[in-house]
Ligand binder design. Structure first.
Ligand SMILES: Cc1ncc(COP(=O)(O)O)c(C=O)c1O
Length: 520
């Protein structure tokens, strides 16, 4: 048994170390000298610690944290208000833990337990074969992963249009001299054949070492696409053949509000919409649509069985509480079949941030424990109803107002509608007055902010004149800033505004497009 584990570890180490950054791996070798000294002393009887820098217990001022809940269901009934029936009071020991640092570098143990139970339910094949660590959210974790893997001359593949913070802020600004290769997409997400083509071209024509694929499988930001199981398998196979590690970033897994198949666990919500809740997500991921991480676990098991060493150790999965509970918490988790990747990621988080926020981990752990599976299911159903209604409202408004002016596909998950404005004669939306990154996290603009006068004939300027902001598609493309790059897409987020505001926003968009057409 021990021998098999050692062999597995060797294989894991071989795949990961082959691809890890040369510069990065030196700095990611251990948890630091102080931690090593403490580790070495573990088990010594009657140990007196004269080494630390933490305040004594009696100096922590907060003795309890109390959390109250609002009912997130838009139409509460006696049966679905489980989450607002009670408040949670976090006891002294956990409140103290929240003010100290979390001793376990892989995360606050009660939260890790909740995460493991969630992973077990949502990705059943992963239960015995993955390592997990809590993270300060997926965005920063991505930056660490980039630094862990990429050296000059290395390349990372992304979907043609991708999460702007990942693409702009991290891959281009924070990791210069690395090549970002956009892989063509269609209405169903990244195209596997195009992926293969891109890898071959990068290797042969440009002499690049292609190490990573960054992909958002559900309700993709910005296009709203969701990959099906068939595509995931094809993409995975291409990555195995070409020795590429997949970074699966899945923050919108929770926000799946409609199911194309009528799953047995899909039930009618109190508000009349079809929602999956936790049970529906579990059902979906156990039969019709598994994660890349599960695929990796399955392949690893198969590879062990048939002696073909190609599967496993290929996927790092990023999960986040940002869209389930709140982005301000800055808590997520990373999982992989490769222990060494999770170890190095954990070391980087420890060395750079001294760990993930303790109060946030304690709070999230307490909420999940108190909710249990039933409470989480109720919360998910309520938020899925809200997102589903908003998606329906914006789809109906587009159908009414934008026919002949734009093209779109209604998403089944996430918060974004991706509109092609080509039918209005627009080849390039431009950047307009949107400066820098399309900030997912910025609050709504104040109504008094005045539109800029630059690029006067652009559709974005017309839209601003009518009091609407959308994000030009260019912002999400790795080549979007190149001179002469044209893009006819815009991203519309339907998460924040009310259904009435969404309808009014689309009416204004239609008016701007008509006005634009008249001036051509
Ligand atoms: C694809 C994608 N990944 C990650 C995030 C943010 O995750 P976190 O808050 O955990 O950094 C977002 C949010 O906008 C996103 O769209």
């Amino acid at each position: 048994m021990a021998h098999t584990k050692q062999k597995e570890r060797k294989k894991d180490t071989a795949i990961a170390t082959k691809l890890l950054s040369k510069a990065g791996s030196d700095t990611l070798s251990d948890f630091g000298q102080l931690r090593a000294i403490v580790q070495n002393c573990q088990g010594i009887p009657n140990l007196i610690g004269l080494h630390g820098g933490l305040p004594p217990d009696e100096c922590y001022p907060i003795t309890s944290i109390s959390l109250q809940f609002q009912n997130t269901d838009p139409t509460p009934t006696p049966n679905n208000n489980i989450n607002n029936q009670h408040a949670i009071t976090i006891p002294l020991s956990q409140t103290l833990a929240a003010q100290k640092m979390v001793a376990n570098v892989y995360g606050y143990p009660p939260l890790l337990q909740e995460i493991q139970s969630l992973m077990h339910s949502l990705h059943p094949s992963t239960s015995t074969s993955i390592s997990t660590t809590t993270t300060p959210g997926s965005t920063y974790t991505l930056e660490i992963l980039m630094r862990m893997f990429l050296d000059p001359g290395d390349a990372i593949l992304t979907e043609e249009f991708t999460y702007s913070h990942a693409m702009e802020g991290l891959m281009i600004n924070a990791v210069p001299c690395r090549t970002v290769i956009p892989v063509p997409m269609d209405h169903h997400g990244l195209i596997p054949q195009a992926l293969e083509q891109c890898i071959l071209e990068a290797k042969k024509k440009q002499g690049l070492k292609v190490k990573l694929l960054y992909i958002v499988p559900t309700g993709q930001n910005p296009t709203g696409t969701t990959l099906d199981w068939g595509r995931k398998r094809e993409i995975y196979d291409v990555c195995v053949e070409n020795d590429v590690i997949i970074i699966e970033d899945d923050p919108y897994i929770w926000l799946q509000f409609s199911s194309s198949s009528s799953s047995s666990t899909t039930t009618s919500s109190s508000s009349g919409g079809e929602v999956m809740g936790l049970e529906g997500l579990i059902d979906k991921s156990s039969c019709s649509n598994k994660s890349f991480l599960e695929l990796d676990c399955m392949m690893m098991k198969m590879a062990k069985g048939n002696g073909n060493g190609k599967g496993g150790g290929r996927v790092v999965r990023l999960d986040s509480f940002s869209k389930l509970l709140g982005p301000g918490l800055r808590v997520g988790w990373a999982s992989s079949t490769s222990l060494i990747i999770i170890e190095k990621l954990t070391i980087a988080i420890q060395n750079e941030l001294i760990g993930v926020s303790a109060p946030a981990q304690v709070m999230v752990g307490a909420v999940l424990k108190s909710w249990g599976r039933q409470g989480l299911d109720a919360h998910l159903r309520s938020i899925q109803v809200v997102y589903g209604r908003k998606a329906k409202a914006i789809a109906a408004a587009c159908e009414k107002e934008l026919k002949g002016l734009a093209e779109w596909k209604v998403p089944s998950a996430g918060m974004f509608l991706w509109l092609d404005l080509k039918p209005s004669g627009i080849e390039d939306v431009g950047i307009g007055t949107t400066s820098g990154n399309a900030d997912e996290t910025s609050p709504s603009p104040s109504p008094s902010s005045s539109p800029s006068s630059s690029s006067s004939s652009s559709v974005l300027t017309l839209l601003q004149g009518k009091g609407v902001i959308v994000v030009p598609g260019k912002v999400f493309h790795p080549h979007g800033r190149r001179e002469g790059f044209k893009c006819s897409f815009i991203r519309v987020s339907f998460a924040g505004p009310s259904e009435e505001q969404l309808e009014e926003g689309v009416v204004r968009l239609a008016a701007a497009l008509k006005e634009y057409r008249q001036h051509q």
